[in-house]
Design a protein around this ligand. Structure first.
Ligand code: FAD
Length: 388
């Protein structure tokens, strides 16, 4: 079976590994020459994403590219501890959440895809896809074309494949938040190594990750009703926005590096995920956010690999894959919306949040997140050589 994967990000590279393990001949077509550059700062993989990576045989490579972050602490802007829980895992789960730069995650997964026997072609974007006999013909911006039994659209939140599947597919809309992220050169008092700290501030949430080796990765998620001119966002203006909150102020005062700011987007649920020969994965299908986008992209990959191994033919496999992923991602989209709302709460809602959150975390956090973390990810056996 020949498979074309459009997009060589987290979902595309992980899908290439999974489909090689399902015995397919896989070619990834990535729009940019080097998508593994410093795009997207850092992200975290929760235990469900790590299990999916383990199912693909990629866990060690990804762990080696990042840091374990065992604890998550929530703080009010004034510095009151609202919650202290295991990060991205249940209390009794020994596997610790991993944080790493997005570029390093993509690079690690792409290396695993190539090691598994996939080809990666860069520098041209998917422009069109049409049914071709019992397969699909994909066309690219450099004028080339490729034929396959299956096209996987792992081409991100602005997916071309999604639009080809359904001309009425939803478009991303600005979410009322933008992110500015960066780093410090060394430790910052109050940000313990191995902790992910989320501070609910007047301007918007502020995350500070204490790397085990000392420096702090930070990200300000600034609430702004209209999308700002990102070129005009500067570190001094940011420090001013967070000047009244102790932890963000201390981190920003120590900041030595600021990455390119990014806008957050939301999207209505995607109605059409597949035809018999084309299917979506990752942000193209469900831009979930909530610190789960990368984990869900890897889950998609593992689920698609398993479905192709189990089903009699490609259309049946895609139907099984959609059934598996629909319910899970619908629950996650609801969780993501609640998370976003808590980050942009007005003064009254913020006060209620600061009172209620400690109780919620003490009493309900473990059972409220069990469904997310406790998913089985059976291992996909390695396939040797390239399937032709
Ligand atoms: C500020 C921010 C913080 C985040 N933090 C986290 C976090 O902590 N944890 C987490 O799990 N997730 C996080 N995410 C989400 C996570 O980054 C995404 O969910 C994840 O990268 C999705 O992977 P993807 O492969 O589907 O899409 P992408 O990573 O966007 O990759 C899509 C790829 O397709 C390529 N492409 C696009 N169009 C075409 C085309 N027509 N033809 C060929 N190639 C194409 C692109 O160049 C890109 O390489 C965060 C996102 C943001 C914006």
């Amino acid at each position: 079976m020949r498979v074309i994967v459009a997009g060589g990000g987290v979902a595309g590279a992980a899908t290439a590994v999974a489909l090689r393990r399902a015995g397919a001949d896989v070619t990834v077509h990535e729009a940019y020459e080097d998508p593994a550059g410093p795009v997207g700062s850092f992200l975290s993989l929760a235990v469900n994403g790590l299990r999916a990576l383990d199912a693909l045989g990629c866990l060690d490579a990804v762990r080696a590219a990042g840091f374990p972050i065992p604890r998550q602490r929530m703080w009010s802007g004034g510095g009151r501890l609202l919650g202290d829980v295991p990060r991205g895992r249940p209390a009794d789960e020994p596997m610790e959440s991993v944080s790493l730069e997005r570029g390093r995650l993509v690079a690690a997964l792409r290396a695993e895809a190539v090691r598994a026997g996939a080809r990666i072609v860069t520098g041209a974007r998917l422009t069109d896809a049409t049914p071709d006999g019992t397969g699909v013909r994909a066309e690219f911006s450099d004028g080339s074309a490729d034929d396959a039994d299956l096209l996987v659209g792992a081409d991100g939140i602005w997916s071309r494949t999604r639009r080809l599947l359904d001309p009425a597919a939803p478009e991303p809309a600005y979410a009322g938040l933008y992110s500015v992220a960066g780093e410090t050169a060394g430790p910052v008092a109050g940000v313990d190594p191995g902790t992910f700290n989320m501070v609910f501030c007047r301007a918007g949430a502020f995350a500070a990750i204490g790397r085990p080796d000392g420096p702090v990765w930070w990200a300000a998620q600034v609430a702004a009703p209209e999308p700002p001119d990102l070129a005009a966002v500067d570190p001094a203006a940011l420090a001013d926005l967070y000047r009244r909150e102790p932890m963000p102020s201390a981190v920003l005062a120590a900041a030595t590096e600021t990455h390119r700011p990014t806008l957050h987007h939301v999207m209505e649920p995607v109605r059409v995920w597949r035809t018999d020969r084309i299917v979506l994965a990752g942000d193209a299908m469900h831009p979930v956010g909530a610190g789960q986008g990368a984990s869900m992209a890897v889950e998609d990959a593992a689920a698609l690999g398993r479905a192709l191994l189990a089903a009699a033919d490609v259309p049946a496999a895609l139907a099984a894959y959609e059934a598996d992923r629909r319910a899970r991602t619908a629950d996650l989209l609801n969780l993501a919306r609640r998370n976003r709302d808590s980050k942009v709460a007005g003064p009254v809602a913020a006060r209620v949040r600061d009172i209620v959150m400690p109780l919620v975390f003490r009493r309900f956090h473990a059972c409220a997140t069990a469904w997310l973390y406790e998913r089985e990810e059976p291992r996909l056996a390695a396939v040797s050589g390239r399937a032709d």
